[in-house]
Ligand binder design. Structure first.
Ligand code: PGA
Length: 247
């Protein structure tokens, strides 16, 4: 089976109840031929799920704790995301790894929590600009993949997102060859480690816009995108989902 195509929007710490109009504007009769998901701040998950009921657009979280419940002030369990109607959770985004010191092991444990709760884990990997300049990209990505992915990962519970840190929110994107090289490595490693590694969905993320989406989706082993800034407005995100559907 070919990997499923996914356009996932990561709203980060943006949006409010009024912004739900933007996701409602994504709903169309001629829905694109790919999975579409929005990952809003946790407070918006439940109202967004309600607003999107019956539309086929999925809602995800941006992080979860590894435990199912307990004394963890400010944290959210995977089970609570699920209870609110989320079907997936972004894990190990570089902003979490940097702002909250999350290690590959933390990400792996959170992924296990996501599986326990029945959520798809969208696991993010990416090199810094210094690592790319030092020609370390492939080693860094291989190590993050090995360390962040539990042995229990399957094509139906896990999505991998390659997000070069220097491309996030900067308007800069790698060349098609640079993206292709990393996605080839991801596919090879996944196929070696998992029997269904050839079916896992691989996303690219980092300054994906309506203007570059088609070119990125034409790269081998790119099965979709994790989109930050351009997911906040339906007028930007809808053309990206359409480009993926057509790819
Ligand atoms: P960006 O963010 O599309 O704004 O570059 C991508 C991400 O961080 O997931």
């Amino acid at each position: 089976m070919a990997p499923r195509k996914l356009a996932a929007g990561n709203w980060k710490m943006n949006g409010d109840l009024a912004a739900l109009d933007q996701v409602k504007a994504l709903v169309r009769d001629d829905a694109p031929d790919c999975d579409v998901m929005i990952c809003p701040p946790a407070l918006l998950i439940y109202p967004m799920v309600e607003a999107l009921k019956g539309t086929g657009i999925a809602v995800g979280g941006q992080d979860c704790h590894h435990a199912a419940s307990g004394a963890h002030t400010g944290d959210i369990a995977a089970e609570q995301l699920r209870d609110a109607g989320a079907t997936a959770v972004i894990l190990g985004h570089s902003e979490r790894r940097t702002d909250h010191g999350e290690s590959d092991e933390d990400v792996r444990n959170k992924a296990l929590a996501a599986y326990r709760a029945g959520l798809t884990a969208i696991i993010c990997l990416g090199e810094t600009e210094a690592q790319r300049d030092a020609d370390e990209t492939l080693q860094v990505i291989a190590a993050q993949l090995a360390g962040s992915l539990p042995d229990e990962a399957t094509a139906s519970n896990t999505v991998i997102a390659y997000e070069p840190i220097w491309a996030i929110g900067t308007g800069r994107t790698p060349t098609a060859d640079q993206i292709a090289e990393v996605h080839r490595l991801l596919r090879d490693d996944l196929q070696q480690r998992f029997s269904d590694g050839g079916e896992m969905t691989l996303l690219y993320g980092g300054s994906v816009k309506p203007g570059n989406a088609s070119k990125i989706f034409a790269i081998p082993h790119v099965n979709g995108a994790l989109v930050g800034g351009a997911s906040l407005k339906a007028s930007d995100f809808a053309p990206i989902t359409a480009a993926l559907g057509a790819a």
